[in-house]
Design a protein around this ligand. Structure first.
Ligand SMILES: *Cc1c(COP(=O)(O)O)cnc(C)c1O
Length: 459
């Protein structure tokens, strides 16, 4: 054992060998030294457990592997073949080409984030996306924050701290990631006043609560669940009318917030931003990366006086968006302004994709791969939008010996593919596979399929 220990090369020697090899250059000397120390220490332990000393080449290789793992980015692009369009775990909305270009160019250079080019003086970053939001919605004012959760927290903090906020019991929702309306209210300092029952909330419930000096009435979109059966919820318009009599503003948390009518794609009608405004909501908030199809952001639009209060609150500074988000959001909003959102914004292209178009794509995959069958299937919206609603389409179904293992192999590829299993078959949904990913997608499927099938010789 002593002899074996003596064979172990010194750290200095290994560092020198690493320096002489180009392979270690990308990792830098500091991390390389750390990895070599780690590898030598683990070899020493192995020798003490009666194993032979590894060769210098083996030690260097082990250090290289360690370094490669350390330097591997953890956040990487992948291919979503699940058919879930706004998959929160898969980063929600992929962005339009214009949006990506706008974000890239603003990130790569200095920019006029807070600088007025005409006067040469300091300006507010809030001018960028806000003007577009005002133009697009006709609201008096708008402001942008990091995400919709921040928008709700900020609005409640700025408008209802230590004061009452009236909300229907049926809307005390929890969305993913620990966002619960009652908890957010508590955090903002607002006092929660629940009205109605879990399944039925009437206008008179609001009327009664409004007798006692409230700061705000809040409506929250159900997002990820459906109220069904013996249910009733007062409509936004009547809530606004009665709140207005008491001079209490109404905050409508739309969650997804869509400008386009989902009903034209065979889905149930999702309340639009325009409708919320028309119904009389004083303040409306929604996400940038749900049905808007843009970068992560929270958007608040509504009465100028309320938006100004919100912008002046100290929390506003803590949740303000960066230049990249503002550039991207503006580019996404321009699609709606121009009227080309359905063609240019990926998630709307996916929602609008016709079943026969999806069938053609799946058939193309089938003929390229020479395996599988094209069968009707259903895609979903996801992202807490339109729960349980589906879009009819077609998928390529693969019969493989071990579907779970096949999915695991797909996940381990350099550009991973995420798919789903139904009735023991692997389903690949063309709706959510971006057309520009098609060739890498097909190559990857072909390789993984060949790998899984050939060792068994036949299927
Ligand atoms: C999704 C959602 C939020 C949170 O939005 P993020 O942009 O994810 O922070 C808040 N309220 C409702 C009703 C939602 O659906």
């Amino acid at each position: 054992m002593k002899d074996e220990l003596r064979k172990l090369p010194s750290i200095d020697r290994l560092i020198q060998s690493a320096n002489e090899s180009d392979r270690f250059a990308p990792f830098g000397s500091q991390q390389t030294t750390q990895a070599l120390r780690l590898v030598v220490e683990s070899a020493r332990q192995q020798i003490l457990n009666d194993q032979v000393c590894p060769s210098e080449a083996a030690l260097l290789e082990a250090a290289w592997q360690t370094l490669a793992a350390w330097f591997q980015p953890t956040l990487i692009p992948l291919i979503n073949a699940t058919g879930v369009i706004l998959h929160t775990n898969l980063g929600r909305a992929p962005l339009s080409a214009d949006t990506i270009n706008a974000m890239r160019s603003v990130a790569a250079a200095y920019n006029n984030l807070e600088f007025d080019l005409e006067s040469g003086k300091r300006d507010s970053r809030s001018v960028h996306a806000e003007a577009l939001l005002v133009r697009l919605t006709g609201a008096e004012a708008a402001t942008v924050v990091n995400n919709n959760a921040a928008a709700v927290l900020l609005a409640l903090s700025a408008l209802a701290n230590r004061r009452k906020v009236i909300i229907a019991r049926s809307q005390l929702i929890e969305i993913g990631g620990g966002f619960r309306i009652p908890d957010v209210m508590k955090q903002s300092g607002a006092k929660l006043v629940e009205v109605g029952t879990t399944n039925r909330v009437h206008l008179r419930d609001y009327e009664e609560a409004l007798q006692n000096q409230a700061a705000l009435v809040m409506r929250a979109h159900h997002s990820n669940f459906r109220l069904q059966g013996f249910t009733h919820e007062a409509g936004l318009e009547e809530i606004c009318a009665v709140a207005n009599q008491f001079s209490v503003p109404v905050l409508d948390d739309l969650g997804s917030g869509t400008f386009l009518d989902t009903a034209q794609y065979g889905l149930p009608h999702e309340p639009t931003i325009q409708e919320s405004l028309a119904a009389g909501a004083d303040l409306i908030c929604f996400s940038g990366d749900k049905l808007l199809g843009g970068p992560q952001a929270g958007i608040l639009i509504g009465k100028r006086e309320l938006i100004q209060k919100i912008k002046r609150h100290p929390l506003a500074r803590a949740v303000r968006p960066d230049k990249v988000t503002l550039a991207g959001l503006s580019a996404t909003l321009l699609h709606y302004l121009r009227g080309d959102a359905e063609q240019q914004i990926p998630i709307w292209r996916m929602i609008a994709a016709a079943p026969n178009h999806l069938q053609q794509r799946a058939l193309g995959w089938q003929s390229f791969l020479g395996v599988g069958s094209v069968v009707p299937s259903l895609s979903t919206i996801g992202g807490g939008s339109l729960p349980q609603e589906t879009l009819p389409g077609f998928v390529l179904a693969l019969s493989v010996p071990k579907p779970d293992q096949f999915l695991a192999h797909l996940r381990q590829q350099p550009i991973p593919i995420i798919a789903r299993i139904e009735a023991n078959q692997v389903l690949l949904d063309p709706r959510t596979v971006l057309p520009e990913q098609d060739s890498i997608f097909l190559e990857t499927i072909r390789n993984v399929y060949a790998h899984q099938i050939t060792p068994r010789r036949k299927k």
